[in-house]
Design a protein around this ligand. Structure first.
Ligand SMILES: NC(=O)c1ccc[n+]([C@@H]2O[C@H](COP(=O)([O-])OP(=O)(O)OC[C@H]3O[C@@H](n4cnc5c(N)ncnc54)[C@H](O)[C@@H]3O)[C@@H](O)[C@H]2O)c1
Length: 371
């Protein structure tokens, strides 16, 4: 963060990645700047960084050490999406610098809000299915992903195992419980649920025990524990009962795609990977090679991830203007969809990337600065 006379400047590492990543990140950057310019007092300096499958094809590395260091030095990282199904390392797995960033920067809390946007497509027939507002926290540095690149592969067997630590679980649960408390102050029910499989695995009996130990320090929170399979059922049967869910890395990976579906599709679901010092903000979706280069990508998830970045900068650096710009950006998305005229190609409509961006830009320009 730099501060001149009356302007605060943050440095942003801009990592477009592959496929539709560049198509959604560049217009999002313009919308972020537009929102900040309306609020005034804060500006962003971007440094574009090369990482991903195309970078691997060209250079032999998915993310160079120089690029990693530049990303780590920035105030925040805005990430598109990376990886292509046919670009793999010799051991057969895909290029995923976003996963490397999570581990190397200790971004332990994957924050995946599931919030219905009025006027956007909602897949559930029950009207309560279009009024969702819950957050899934996916642990992002431990769990099954610890095995990534290290699994034992024999002729006739493979072995990849979970790893869950006390320290990793405590910081995760404290993050989720604090989020539950903040949400309760704004009117949510204050229910924080640990999602696991503790009846079967000792690892999750351990995980659940630590959850309740930490929850004891949050008497205002209604702390619960759910089995992951029952949670999958309830994400479709009654997702309106959720407030904050907190879970292991692989379970969270799967459940968060179900969360994206509840918002209408991958193009609607934002995310943030948060650690004690760093934050990476990126849509939940991947590089969508099936639609890349066609102008069909829905940029909403990327735009909302940009709003999460501004909100996080505002909160962690105590800069109120960032919070105001984040709120403006989010309300602009809501207002653009509320007209009912935006029908992303993803939902079978005709609105491509440019139209969605244009309508959000119009709302940023015309909405009042506070709700
Ligand atoms: N965080 C990341 O960078 C990330 C996450 C997931 C997958 N990936 C990579 O992306 C590649 C494709 O993976 P996948 O097909 O499993 O998942 P994906 O999210 O890229 O695509 C799944 C489906 O959703 C659609 N979709 C996704 N985003 C969309 C958007 N913004 N607008 C409209 N439609 C959208 C796609 O067209 C596709 O039909 C793989 O190489 C994978 O490894 C990267």
């Amino acid at each position: 963060m730099q501060s001149k006379a009356d302007e605060i400047r943050f440095s942003i590492a801009l990592m477009p990645g592959d496929g539709i990543g560049p198509e959604v990140i560049h217009p999002t950057r313009k919308l972020i700047d537009q929102a900040l310019a309306r609020v005034g007092g804060v500006a962003l300096d971007y440094q574009e960084l090369d990482a991903g499958a195309e970078c691997y094809k060209r250079t032999g590395v998915a993310m160079s050490e120089e690029v990693f260091q530049a990303a780590a030095a920035a105030d925040a990282i805005l990430f598109g999406a990376a990886g292509l199904p046919d670009v793999r390392t010799p051991d057969g797995i895909e290029i995923a610098p976003q996963v490397d960033l999570r581990f190397r920067l200790e971004l332990f809390a994957g924050v995946r809000p599931v919030r219905s946007i009025p006027g956007a497509s909602a897949p559930l027939a029950d009207p309560r299915g279009s009024q969702l507002d819950f957050v899934l926290i996916r642990e992002s540095t431990e769990g099954l992903f610890v095995s990534r690149g290290k699994g034992e592969v024999g002729e006739d067997y493979v072995r990849e195992t979970w790893e869950i630590t006390r320290a990793g679980s405590e910081r995760l649960f404290d993050f989720a419980l604090k989020l539950g408390r903040r949400r309760k102050q704004k009117g949510s029910p204050g229910i924080v649920a640990c999602v696991d499989k503790s009846g079967v695995f000792r690892a999750f009996a351990f995980f659940r025990k630590i959850f309740f130990e930490r929850a004891a320090a949050f008497p205002e929170i209604d702390a619960r524990a759910f089995n992951v399979d029952a949670t999958a059922l309830d994400m479709i049967r009654q997702p309106w009962t959720f407030d904050v869910l907190v879970t292991e890395n692989q379970f969270g990976d799967i459940l968060s795609d179900a969360g994206a579906a509840l918002m209408g599709g991958m193009g609607m679901a934002p995310s943030a990977d948060i650690g004690l010092k760093h934050g990476v903000f990126q849509p939940c979706h991947g590089t969508a090679p099936d639609i890349a280069g066609m102008g069909k990508a829905n940029p909403t998830a990327m735009i909302l991830s940009g709003a999460m970045m501004l909100d996080w900068l505002g909160e962690t650096r105590d800069v109120a203007a960032c919070g105001v710009a984040a709120d403006l950006l989010e309300r602009a998305v809501d207002a653009a969809f509320a007209t009912g005229e935006l029908k992303p190609v993803e939902f079978g409509g005709a609105s491509g990337t440019d139209e969605i961006v244009r309508r959000v830009a119009e709302k940023i320009a015309s909405l009042p600065l506070s709700a």
